[in-house]
Design a protein around this ligand. Structure first.
Ligand code: NGO
Length: 574
């Protein structure tokens, strides 16, 4: 099987992280020299598809490697819709493997570049990214092919993955599906593929067929950068980690302890309100340029940033920054403790709504996603009538920006328009106002605090985290159904799930990881996998198989005693 491609077709540029010295870098070559290299590459690829060169070059994989590869097909998290192993030999990534992407889609190409960049580090192979011209057809490979193709019923996020001795093909209707398929492919490879240093291999992808699409459209991993500030690099790192599990929404941007985004016209919000955090540390904030960088990084990982500006409560940082936002005209001191429910914007003052409009307009312009999160929780210092007035004025401001509002389910009691998405964070299976809102047509994201809150301790010995909602070990995080947890909120009323990570006790990336892993993948699976696949024993075994990969990736995770961790797993510390 031989492909054709345009002469002078684009070849990927070296990526920063690539340490491979002898890679196929075609920049700076003449057109004929490029052609010669491409022809040579086709020769190699052809030999690979006949299965000769690679094994001869690198030593044939043994039975153990093949058996381990075959096993990996049944150890995926989240569990795909359909997995069908094939009896044929695995596909082997070799020095001749190329990543093929469809011509004309920059997004699909970027997904291919990400995959190649990741695998170059561990394999040391050149892994060029080549565009396949529209119209060329082939059943499988050669190499790893990302193909944009309509697939009935899989939606934009779904994909189909086929691996055979000749290659791997991931098909999807949209680049998001290709990205998710690539995340699956990463788990099909040996854990060492995630290493940032060259490893011996062999790099086997088990032969088989995977068909996959999400149960829910919304699979969130809220990160609180307000209680403790986390800079762009940390948030990007977290995006890397959550997107591996097909999470697609993120972010909480303001709270009593810190305002984390620069707003034109209101400079003290960030410069003063952002200047501290829980415990009195220096805090910090994102410039709008940095926020754009985060949005773009998230987008490249098919994660949508949903900025949350909480109100009318959880606003001490704003109130401390501008005296006029307070009813008595006096700015309170900044706050570095962890109490909640003591602050309120001044509902009766017009300036409050000028402020909100300025903030929400700017955030709407900075955030391409469909939602603005406006908090609305724990407004214990706002009288009920004032709360209703406040939300009655804020919700139309959100609508004016062209976005849909998202808010904690506390807002259900003021009958928000049906476009408002409610985020349920209660700890029981009944909440009358939320059920009534669902009956009217509001959709709900399920984040019950006693199941989905990543900031709760695993058990009494966990140093990090809070425990007001109880202890949440792995099985507690996994063993519930977002589709039936809350009375009156079932079927299409459920938009998805979220795993909030509040940061009162979190200072470092290692702290974040310790509470997020392994519970985040549990919530991710609830959001992605069909309900029919729900099974604790199966999940625990598949999760245990992630351990060696997290160890290679350097993730500081909690090695839950409930999980049979695979050999090669080294848990972290809190
Ligand atoms: C609550 C509160 C947050 C806290 C969190 C701690 C909601 C929606 N409001 O959840 O401000 O950080 O608990 O677990």
């Amino acid at each position: 099987m031989v492909y054709t491609y345009p002469v002078g077709g684009r070849v990927d540029r070296p990526v920063e992280r690539n340490r491979h010295a002898g890679r196929l870098d075609m920049s700076g070559r003449s057109r004929s020299a490029r052609l010669a290299v491409l022809v040579a590459a086709v020769g190699l690829v052809t030999m690979v598809t006949t299965g000769v060169t690679a094994d001869a070059a690198a030593g044939a994989p043994g039975q153990t490697d093949r058996a381990a590869a075959a096993a990996r097909l049944n150890l995926l998290v989240p569990q795909p819709v359909l997995v069908r192993p094939s009896a044929t030999a695995p596909y082997r990534i070799t020095p001749a493997t190329a990543v093929w992407v469809p011509a004309g889609s920059a997004e699909a190409r970027a997904v291919g570049e990400q995959l190649a960049g990741l695998l170059r580090r561990s394999t040391g192979y050149p892994l060029p990214v080549w565009e396949k011209p529209a119209g060329s057809v082939a059943a499988i490979g050669p190499g790893i092919e990302l193909r944009l193709a309509g697939l009935a019923g899989l939606g934009d996020e779904g994909y189909q993955l086929d691996a055979a001795p000749g290659g791997v093909v991931i098909r999807a209707a949209a680049p998001a599906g290709l990205f998710h398929g690539v995340q699956t492919l990463r788990q099909l490879l040996p854990p060492a593929a995630e290493s940032d240093r060259r490893q011996p291999g062999p790099w086997l992808v088990p032969a088989g067929h995977v068909v996959d699409h999400p149960r829910y459209a919304y699979r969130g991993a809220m990160l609180d950068v307000a209680r403790h500030f986390f800079g762009v690099a940390d948030v990007e790192h977290y995006i890397d980690e959550i997107s591996l599990y097909k999470i697609n929404y993120l972010l909480h941007l303001s709270d009593d302890q810190g305002w984390r985004i620069a707003i034109d016209g209101w400079p003290r919000l960030a410069s003063y309100g952002g200047g501290t955090e829980v415990g009195g540390g220096p805090g910090g904030y994102y410039t709008q340029g940095q926020f754009r960088q985060l949005v773009a990084y998230a987008r490249a990982h098919f994660v949508t940033i949903v900025p949350e500006i909480d109100g009318p409560g959880h606003t001490n940082a704003a109130l401390a920054s501008y005296a006029e936002l307070n009813c008595d005209g006096v700015a309170p001191p900044r706050y570095t403790g962890i109490d909640v429910g003591f602050s309120s914007l001044c509902v009766s003052k017009p300036v409050t709504y000028t402020f909100l409009r300025d903030v929400l307009d700017q955030l709407a312009r900075l955030s391409p996603g469909p939602y603005l999160h406006i908090g609305g929780d724990e407004a214990h210092s706002t009288r009920a009538a004032d709360y209703a007035t406040f939300e009655g004025r804020e919700l139309p401001i959100v609508a004016d920006t062209g976005k849909a509002a998202m808010a904690w389910h506390d807002i259900a009691k003021v009958n928000p328009p049906t476009s408002t998405v409610l985020e349920f964070w209660g700890t029981t299976g009944s909440d009358q106002p939320t059920a009534a809102a669902a009956a009217r047509g509001n959709r709900v994201v399920m984040a019950p605090a006693n199941r989905a809150y990543l900031d709760q301790k695993y058990d009494p010995s966990t140093r990090l985290g809070l425990n007001w909602a109880g202890y949440i070990e792995e099985r507690d995080a996994y063993d519930w159904d977002p589709g039936s947890y809350l009375g009156g909120v079932t079927g299409p009323s459920v938009l998805g799930v979220e795993a909030p990570l509040w940061s009162e006790t979190l200072v470092t990336m290692a702290n974040i990881e310790y509470l997020a892993f392994p519970r985040l993948p549990a919530i991710a699976e609830l959001g992605w996998s069909p309900r029919a696949t729900h099974d604790w024993n199966s999940f625990a075994e598949r999760l245990g198989a992630q351990g060696p990969m997290w160890t290679v990736m350097g993730i500081n995770f909690h090695a839950s005693p409930q999980v049979p961790w695979a050999p090669g797993t080294r848990g972290g510390t809190d």
